[in-house]
Design a protein around this ligand. Sequence first.
Ligand code: GTP
Ligand code: SPV
Ligand code: MN
Length: 594
Amino acid sequence: MTTNKHVLEFVEKYTKHFQPDNVVWIDASEEQKEELTNQAVATGEVIKLDSKLLPGCLYHRTHPNDVARVEHRTFICSRDKENCGPTNNWMAPSEAYKLLDEISYGAMKGRTMYVIPFSMGKIGSPFAKYGIELTDSIYVVLNMMIMTRVSPKVFDELGDSDDFVRGIHSKVELDEEKRYICQFPEDNVIYSINSGYGGNVLLGKKCFALRIASYQGWKEGWMAEHMLILGIEKPNGEIRYVTGAFPSACGKTNLAMLIPPKVYTEKGYKVWTVGDDIAWIRKGKDSMLYAVNPENGFFGVAPGTNMKSNPNALISTQKGTIFTNVVLDAKTNTVWWEGIKEPAPTGDKVFDWKGNPWFEGKTDEKGNVIKGAHPNSRFTSPAINCPSISSEFENPSGVPISAIIFGGRRAKAAPLVYQSRDWEHGVFVGSIMASETTAAAAGKVGVVRHDPMAMLPFCGYHMGDYFKHWLDMGKTVENKPLIFNVNWFRTDDEGNFIWPGFGDNMRVLDWIIRRCEGEVDAVETPIGFLPKPEDINLEGLEDFTIDQLKTILDVDKDTWIKEAENITEFYTKFGDKLPNELVKQLEILKENLK
Ligand code: GTP
Ligand code: SPV
Ligand code: MN
């Protein structure tokens, strides 16, 4: 398939190492896809779903010990420990290679090794970066075919070049004690073993497009961010693009595919989806920052997705989709999950994500309700399935960014929306993001932690240098995006979400766009500019009053004084790598709160 000697050497080296029975080069042809699918069906690795109701769709379960990213087993193996920084786990490259090689030696005996040539970004476009993933999992191959651009054309573009990311994956024994996700930024290498779960093994996604790419961007003068990208079309046909960084399972897919409420659609507003998870950002024409989505599909959270909360996502899953860890109705060969707002399937052929017989309301010995779908169960859908996919999705130059939104899951503290005073303050706002942990990563859920720019688990170098890089990128363009912070997750005393969220988040986007266009005033507060309550359009919202809105636009001084103390403590981690601009911004915040 290629004569590139670097590629051939790489494949040969790991063929010797893993000792597979066969090596199969992936060309992503329909015939090959069909053959691999049939093989995986034969071994039970995937189940074909109903060809009329869910054409081309497959069902898969991962090992119960392997259902989310594993941050405590994820390492940045930079040559110098200092470059890994205080927020990542570090292992010396020589030590890491030795360990990984030992654990995975001969792991593919009796298996096939697949060689996947893939591109992040449109093949041949200036943003594109290429990779080759080796894997012993057909599930990974089929997912990569949806999530990235898998094609032998990658080899044509590569020519004789050594400039590709080497992704090495083996399930080995799925032993969680020997699970490692290692990035070697200086070597362009990712080595992932003992997992079969999405973010750990679809190496184009978090490992490459964020951890390795953030490092590349730092060196090359661009940015790789954990961001959705959307376009808001106004009644006059003009489209404004916005990116949004929210931590895992905090609403990127939902916002990216938003359908505006009737009061907006009637006037002619539309929202277009460019990306739902990752944005690569560069300086472009008109001295603006431009973003592309390097992915080709969506790896979205299933629970909670329904025809009301996110119809575009649900429609995207109706063909050519792989469902992982949801409920299977083996009688109808269809799937179900909590919050889909359809009655749960019944009968003796209904199985939960672990493969056990299941019915809604089933409890364990302690009386706890057993969920049918894992909270981090996911769908892998082609981007082209999405009814709201933007015409600019494949634009090789990307889309110009008018605004950047940061956001987290905060029961208290952060108001519904506020705007930073300028770029420097905006970088500060991103750097102080904190959010409750979710099921997207192994570990406790609901614990507030600092997650700067939603990149805590994904930054491939020292976070202090990363902050500096953000500050520098702002200086490269005159027409900088305005920076905002949102929080859809404020709760009342009973723990219910106050803001209706989902489609109604359009009302906040509307204010953001009007701020970009200088059409609306704001109120200055210690933390930044807040909307005047009457400037958030509540028309057509039932059961939500302006008084409720006021409660979530509130900036409580005592809460923020505590917040400032926490930020001070968090910042000490970065030592002298913390840019002075951010130290200054923290002082201003404290001063404002006096
Ligand atoms: P990753 O794919 O892990 O990066 O997640 P994501 O940021 O794309 O999050 P996603 O849009 O999948 O949403 C995650 C969860 O948040 C789902 O359970 C949603 O139902 C819920 N959610 C999303 N938007 C809103 C909102 O506006 N309000 C409320 N209350 N919940 C929301
Ligand atoms: C996330 O956790 O932010 C995801 C899912 O988007 S994963 O691909 O597993 O990282
Ligand atoms: Mn994500």
